[in-house]
Design a protein around this ligand. Structure first.
Ligand code: 8YV
Length: 332
């Protein structure tokens, strides 16, 4: 039996980056990108010291309870609602994530979705490809202006601030709401004004959701919030499914209660609510906000660095750059 720690990687990503695990560990990389069900995750974690996992991998208390050797989980993603952090901490398993490296790419994508949604880009393209463009008409595909409008940002962390900074070029007024108000110098740097939650819904022409998912933010945007929005408003969600009540959103879009939505994340992804799929005033993308080649590589590289250090190897042994639950070490 090998004395080297064992590591499991749940998806075959960027082999040259994952190869940086090889000097330290016996590495098993899953050969396919198939979804890993609860049973498979339990089995996979059972006899390893560490794992590099992705957003769809739900690491629950049952899997953690059976993973007696497990000491570290490196999540490839900044959001980590797929991990049961309380159970990991109690079991002495250090969890890490990948903040910062994806901030700017994700902010770029929020803008891609916002522009596509407000200006009906994908709807217009679909219509053209269907061969429906037989006559140019003056009132064809009228959209909503971005420039000089009011941008609302719910959740003003790193990504929210990067989105706000980009709004300057469009001459927008930026409002935000966050659990805690930002220091004045940061507000100035983002040219963003703090408002109460209800005000944010009421005054935004375009509202972007960038808050983390937790039981407290489940359905943070439901029928009541959608009812507070301007009739011509657009909603963009690049945060997490479950923050928006997808059925309530489908109702609001179908009724013309708000104008349009751009969604990158869904309550039951990869399944998309059938009523959202049927609507034309919604732009749908498959959870790709951080998916530029450079950023996805950087995310895996950072997760590798975290895993190596969390398992006590490499130049930063014992000091992973992005611990989520440093107190896990106390439980060992
Ligand atoms: C990725 C994300 O799609 O970082 C997150 O929280 O949702 C995205 O960057 C995800 O990390 C892929 O595993």
């Amino acid at each position: 039996m090998s004395a080297r720690p064992r590591v499991w990687v749940t998806q075959p990503v960027f082999g040259d980056v994952l190869a940086r695990l090889d000097p330290y560990f016996d590495v098993r990389v899953e050969p396919t990108v198939a979804p890993r069900g609860a049973g498979e995750l339990r089995e996979g974690l059972r006899d390893v010291d560490g794992a590099l996992v992705f957003i769809p991998d739900r690491i629950d208390a049952a899997a953690i309870a059976q993973a007696s050797r497990l000491r570290a989980i490196a999540n490839v993603g900044v959001g980590y609602n797929n991990l049961d952090i309380a159970a990991l901490t109690a079991a002495g398993v250090l969890a890490t994530n990948t903040p910062d490296v994806l901030t700017e790419t994700t902010a770029d994508f929020a803008w891609a979705l916002l522009l596509a949604t407000a200006r009906r880009v994908t709807e217009a393209e679909r219509w053209l490809r269907e061969g429906q463009w037989t006559t140019w008409s003056f009132e064809l595909m009228l959209g909503r202006d971005i420039h000089a409008s009011t941008l609302g940002i719910l959740g003003m962390g790193r990504i929210g601030r990067a989105i706000a900074r980009r709004a300057r070029g469009f001459g927008m007024r930026v409002l935000y709401h966050n659990r805690s108000r930002l220091p004045p110098e940061v507000e100035r740097e983002c040219a963003a004004t703090f408002v109460a939650r209800n005000e944010l819904f009421a005054h935004s022409d375009h509202l972007v959701l960038v808050l983390p998912y937790s039981p407290q933010t489940h359905h943070a945007v439901g029928a009541a919030e959608l009812g507070r929005m301007k009739p011509g408003a657009t909603l963009v969600n690049i945060a997490r499914g479950g923050i928006v009540d997808d059925a309530a959103l489908a109702d609001a879009l179908a009724a013309g209660r708000i104008a349009a939505a751009g969604l990158d994340v869904y309550e039951n992804e990869p399944a998309v609510h059938p009523r959202l799929l049927a609507l034309r005033n919604v732009v749908l993308t498959p959870h790709i906000a951080s998916a530029s080649e450079a950023t996805r590589r950087a995310m895996v590289a950072l997760a590798v660095d975290n895993l190596v250090a969390a398992l006590g190897a490499g130049p930063h042994a014992g000091r992973p750059p992005n611990p989520i639950n440093a107190d896990a070490l106390l439980a060992r």
